[in-house]
Design a protein around this ligand. Structure first.
Ligand SMILES: Cc1cc2nc3c(=O)[nH]c(=O)nc-3n(C[C@H](O)[C@H](O)[C@H](O)COP(=O)(O)OP(=O)(O)OC[C@H]3O[C@@H](n4cnc5c(N)ncnc54)[C@H](O)[C@@H]3O)c2cc1C
Length: 425
């Protein structure tokens, strides 16, 4: 196994980025959290009856996104060729870890709360100016990217359908050539940021024969959400919340010019998978930070709360739970950093760490669920109360076993890599 050469957290770039990001949040986000505290804490005020966020909160999220873009944080992980900061995964992993360690779950204006996988502070790889745009025609990039980079507009990644989730070869959204352009029809489901996105990256079948052979036939299109025939029909609340950022999109004969194709026609399966791979690793890094946040809360509480004449921390059963949390965190940390390092080294090494990314995603989210469960147990009834956000952390952990490839699909990928001979560790 390649050793973790330089612990990325110790690098100056990482330190400076973390310090700057935390200062930005203190100056720009925390005052807004304070101003909208009552709304943020009560979902009956937070969501409209259709599950969308109320206007004040949407405006606050848009404001934060703009300010973060101006300060250089929003797109710091997007490729430099697209106008982003170009920071690699060895920087992204510790930065995301520190963000979620400090602020924890349930912070809608920072990221990851109430079924929201999007963040107005740091663009996630699927809803901001992602590497997918590298495959876009240069003139189209010039037209669409500036507003995405400035945080004026956002995009969603519309791959999953009612009949095709894990098995993407079951896609049914069709794009057929019409004159010099395309007509796209179909339904996309569980699409993060669909309710608010200005654009959608829509994956559609352009060759049914190649699709049936599982060899191609899927093409990626950039669709403007204001196009006739494009509609967000429903918001899909999750895990006991009254709203979410997930939407159901319908496309009814949406007309697109030829230059709205991203990458080669029929070859978008790989584009989709490489974007999802990136997202898997950042998700694992964020889970690591949330787990550390839960450990910090548990340590504080176990030392302060008394039972049977002793602080909880003096009881061995509680100590064992704390120790198990630490074992989980330490294991995940090195898994995430090592994978980030391997991914940054590709293509120099020509070794895309496919199985390592799947291991980090599966382990990271399952670890987070174990950690949140133990943290709730250490806190007793307080752990279940909405006030501490541990229960929100538990719900996030449970939710994350599904998107960007379920835990079963990660294991399927790992096993397939092993059977192909990828047994290096
Ligand atoms: C919070 C959230 C955000 C999401 N955001 C997006 C988004 O932005 N864009 C987007 O396109 N999609 C998004 N999705 C959809 C997500 O990618 C799919 O839900 C996911 O790929 C699983 O598909 P499915 O739900 O249809 O489950 P299915 O594919 O129907 O799977 C059902 C069950 O069968 C198991 N299974 C399936 N195949 C196998 C197999 N070969 N071996 C073993 N077990 C198997 C699965 O693991 C699962 O347990 C999001 C989902 C969630 C929950």
């Amino acid at each position: 196994m390649t050793a973790v050469a330089v612990l990325p957290q110790t690098s100056d770039v990482v330190k400076a980025t973390i310090d700057g990001l935390h200062r930005f949040i203190e100056a720009e986000v925390l005052p807004l959290e304070q101003r909208y505290k009552a709304t943020l804490q009560d979902e009956r005020q937070l969501f409209r009856p259709d599950g969308r966020l109320v206007d004040d909160i949407l405006a606050a999220r848009n404001h934060i996104r703009h300010r973060s873009a101006q300060a250089g944080f929003y797109t710091m992980f997007a490729p430099q060729e697209l106008g982003g900061g170009g920071l690699g995964r060895s920087v992204a992993a510790p930065v995301l870890e520190s963000l979620y360690r400090k602020y924890g779950p349930g912070r809608l204006l920072i990221g990851w709360a109430n079924g929201f996988l999007t963040s107005p502070v740091v663009a996630k790889l699927l809803d901001g100016p992602s590497p997918i745009f590298l495959s876009m025609e240069p003139e189209m990039r010039q037209h669409y990217l500036p507003a995405l980079i400035a945080g004026d507009k956002t995009v969603c990644f519309a791959l999953t359908e009612p009949g095709a989730g894990s098995d993407l070869w079951g896609l049914q959204t069709q794009a057929r050539r019409d004159g010099g352009g395309w007509l796209v029809s179909g339904t996309k489901q569980w699409i993060t940021n669909a309710p608010y996105a200005d654009y959608a990256l829509v994956f559609a079948v352009t060759d049914g024969h190649q699709l049936a052979q599982r060899q191609g036939g899927i093409t990626c299109f950039l669709v403007d959400a204001s196009c006739p025939g494009y509609q967000v029909n429903a918001i899909l609340p999750l895990m006991g919340h009254l709203g979410s950022d997930l939407g159901l999109i319908s496309l009814d004969e949406v007309r697109l010019d030829a230059d709205h194709v991203i990458g080669p026609v029929d070859r978008a399966f790989d584009i989709a998978m490489s974007a999802i791979s990136e997202a898997r690793l950042s998700l694992a890094a964020s889970c690591l930070g949330l787990a550390e946040w839960a450990l910090d809360r548990s340590l504080e509480y176990a030392q302060q709360r008394q039972a049977f004449g002793l602080p909880l921390a003096e009881h061995q059963a509680i100590q064992f739970m704390l120790a198990d949390i630490a074992i989980d965190i330490y294991t995940t940390k090195y898994m995430v950093l090592q994978t980030a390092h391997l991914l940054d080294d590709y293509p120099r090494t020509a070794r895309l760490p496919i199985k390592e990314i799947s291991i980090a995603k599966a382990y990271g989210v399952e670890m987070l669920q174990r950690v949140m469960d133990r943290a709730i147990q250490i806190h007793g009834a307080m752990g279940l109360s909405n006030e501490l956000c541990l229960e929100e952390g538990f719900r996030i952990a449970r939710t994350l076993r599904i998107p960007d490839g379920t835990s079963e699909i990660q294991r399927r990928t790992i096993a397939r890599q092993l059977l192909k001979g990828d047994t290096a560790f």
